[in-house]
Write a protein that binds this ligand. Structure first.
Ligand code: BGC
Length: 257
């Protein structure tokens, strides 16, 4: 009797990568279809531990991956600080113990998986350029995120130049994010007009220094973009981000793919 021929896959199976977004209040992750720029399964969220030290975040990462048992691919993780070859170099709005931590090594050891760490705004930038508001844009795209701090991504013809850190530009003698981040708007109870005037000063500095072709504005507040973006008076086209709170997860997965 002849046995049926085994089914041979025509393509090598490539495990779906997981993107994880480490934010101030939640650590969120999902498997990502990096061809389509979409979550491949539902997102999982675990509250960020306080203080969010590297060790405690590594423990949360282990728990989070355990809730995504079908996602076996490599893991990309965002960190709100400078990241060079996996080592965190700054901690403006996170626990100081991150500075000097080899996050790639720590997370890979804790999870037994391949983990690569990327700056949060750089991840958002990759996602917006590939699938969001800057899709198809040539030249220099600068993606900024307005949140607790100001994050930035520099993407030239689709290639990321990491760790641009434009939130720390000096504008009017001050650290830009201290005056123009969304946290400054909330803290000082600024009207949209008042905040837009500060954003104008900030983005004018950015356009003078870097001559971008397009500026994308992300961060949670970008869902209210119609209240403040039309009031920002600069020469460069400036548009709201499209992927909203999915950008970090999708970008982290792109980074590790
Ligand atoms: C940090 C950046 C980060 C941004 C947004 C800034 O304070 O220096 O690395 O991308 O906040 O989280």
């Amino acid at each position: 009797m002849r046995l049926p021929r085994p089914h041979l896959p025509t393509r090598r199976h490539v495990a779906t990568p997981v993107g994880v977004d480490f934010g101030g209040s939640g650590i969120k992750g999902a498997p990502v279809d990096v061809q389509a720029g979409k979550f491949a399964a539902d997102r999982v969220r675990i509250p960020t531990p306080q203080p969010s030290t590297p060790q405690r975040v590594a423990e949360v990462l282990v728990d989070l991956l355990a809730q995504l048992p079908d996602a076996e691919g490599p893991v990309g993780v965002t960190v709100p600080g400078v990241v060079r070859r996996g080592v965190v170099g700054s901690a403006a709005n996170i626990d100081q113990s991150w500075i000097g931590t080899d996050a790639d090594a720590l997370f890979s050891r804790a999870t037994g998986r391949t983990v690569r760490t990327v700056n949060d705004a750089d991840a958002a930038g990759l996602a917006e350029v590939r699938f969001g508001a800057a899709r198809g844009q040539s030249g220099l795209v600068i993606v900024t995120t307005l949140g607790t701090g100001i994050g930035s991504a520099f993407v030239h013809d689709g290639v990321l130049v990491p760790n641009s850190e434009l939130g720390h530009l000096e504008v009017d003698g001050a650290n830009a994010e201290a005056r123009a981040a969304n946290s400054a708007r909330e803290r000082e109870d600024l009207s949209w007009e008042e905040w837009a005037a500060r954003l104008t000063r900030y983005y004018r500095t950015v356009e003078k220094l870097f001559s971008p072709d397009l500026i994308v504005v992300g961060g949670g507040v970008s869902k209210h973009s119609e209240s403040f973006l039309p009031l920002v008076e600069i020469d460069t086209p400036i548009v709201p981000a499209k992927l909203r709170n999915k950008a970090g997860i999708i970008g982290a997965a792109l980074y590790v793919s």
